[in-house]
Design a protein around this ligand. Structure first.
Ligand SMILES: CC(C)(COP(=O)(O)OP(=O)(O)OC[C@H]1O[C@@H](n2cnc3c(N)ncnc32)[C@H](O)[C@@H]1OP(=O)(O)O)[C@@H](O)C(=O)NCCC(=O)NCCS
Length: 147
């Protein structure tokens, strides 16, 4: 039998956060030849972190940052390399969107890697500006109303 998959949210410095940071490093930084800077990690302190767990292992994660004026930023979306393309990114984003909507946020936005733009488009996000560079690769700002 497959181990059960569960979505949890958690705070900075919890045991789950440490697992999520490991996954983010593997999926979002090592392939770019980078690691997280102290300045980047400081942003995690006040964020809410989400993970999709299978048994005790984490297989997908993301982070929400309040951005003021009813907007929330979704960032650090990472699905383990061996389970990408199975609907996990979509399921975790939907859970984070529901969480944000229940807390009164009116819209959610992200800085999407150019390669991930079709993923966000499938979730209903729209490009809101010109291409820009972050972590040395092309990105677009994308946003979705939380109806
Ligand atoms: C991008 C990422 C988060 C998507 O998560 P995922 O679990 O692989 O995607 P899902 O299986 O939930 O895909 C949902 C839909 O988007 C599509 N999709 C996902 N990634 C895509 C991509 N890179 N290009 C085109 N379509 C994509 C899927 O085909 C699926 O379509 P469907 O609903 O019609 O079947 C994940 O692949 C990942 O971590 N990639 C590497 C890191 C990264 O780029 N993170 C995003 C940083 S902004």
């Amino acid at each position: 039998m497959e181990p059960k998959q569960t979505i949890k949210f958690f705070r900075y410095d919890s045991p789950e956060y440490k697992l999520a940071l490991e996954l983010r490093t593997k999926v979002l930084r090592i392939p770019l030849g980078l690691n997280f800077t102290d300045a980047e990690l400081r942003k995690d302190v006040t964020d809410i972190h989400f993970g999709l767990f299978e048994g005790t292992g984490i297989i997908a994660c993301l982070t929400l940052s309040s951005a003021g004026k009813g907007r929330v930023k979704m960032r650090q979306v990472a699905v383990a390399n061996n389970v990408q393309g199975k609907g996990l990114g979509k399921a975790l984003s939907a859970a984070a969107e529901r969480f944000a909507k229940e807390r009164g946020f009116k819209s959610i936005f992200c800085h999407a890697r150019k390669t991930a733009v079709p993923f966000y488009e499938k979730l209903g996000y729209k490009i809101t500006g010109d291409e820009f560079t972050e972590v040395n690769i092309p990105h677009y700002s994308m946003e979705k109303r939380l109806e």
